[in-house]
Design a protein around this ligand. Sequence first.
Ligand SMILES: Cc1cc2nc3c(=O)[nH]c(=O)nc-3n(C[C@H](O)[C@H](O)[C@H](O)COP(=O)(O)O)c2cc1C
Length: 194
Amino acid sequence: MSSAPGQIPPAADALLAKAQALLSNAVSERDAAFRYPVLATADDEGGANARILILRDFDAESWRVTLHTDRRSAKMSEIAAGNTASLVFYDHIAALQVRMKGTGETEKEKSALRNVWENLPDGTKPNYRSAKPPGALLESADGNPVSLGQTDGFENFAIIRFIPESVDILQLSPQGNSRYRFSPRTRLGTWLIP
Ligand SMILES: Cc1cc2nc3c(=O)[nH]c(=O)nc-3n(C[C@H](O)[C@H](O)[C@H](O)COP(=O)(O)O)c2cc1C
């Protein structure tokens, strides 16, 4: 087994295919573990900021991941700063961890945003209607209710595309763990010490 980056051997190919299948399935499967990745960004003091987001789409060819959020949230400015971000998935049943490192870009086309917005479940849209930004301080003693803005929330709706420069896959196994890192851009990969 070579440790230098190069052509993808069959065992690594199978690992990549397994991760791709789990990611593709999680787009529509509400109970899939890979549906709830952790997105970590660098905050404006150079610290880490991590939170769970729902996986909305996955492109198996480029490994790009689509996420939805409120454009006023901290993650948006942290992604716009252009620092490397990380997206981590773990499926306990599959015993598989996928760590992506890369950058994010946000959808600028109003018509594309509108198209996705129109197809969101009605229960999701109110999440974008808070008068104050996510993370703003609340004055009420019980943390509720969030006062709603006058609009339907569309102006706060944002789509993030996460573009991985590397995909690091760890397969846990009683026979021995294995780890493979792959670049979707160069299509090269290498086995790593787990
Ligand atoms: C199960 C679960 C799913 C979530 N899905 C999303 C999501 O799809 N988009 C989002 O912006 N926040 C989502 N959140 C909330 C975020 O974890 C986070 O609290 C919020 O986006 C504010 O993050 P920020 O202030 O760091 O930007 C989810 C939280 C949980 C627990």
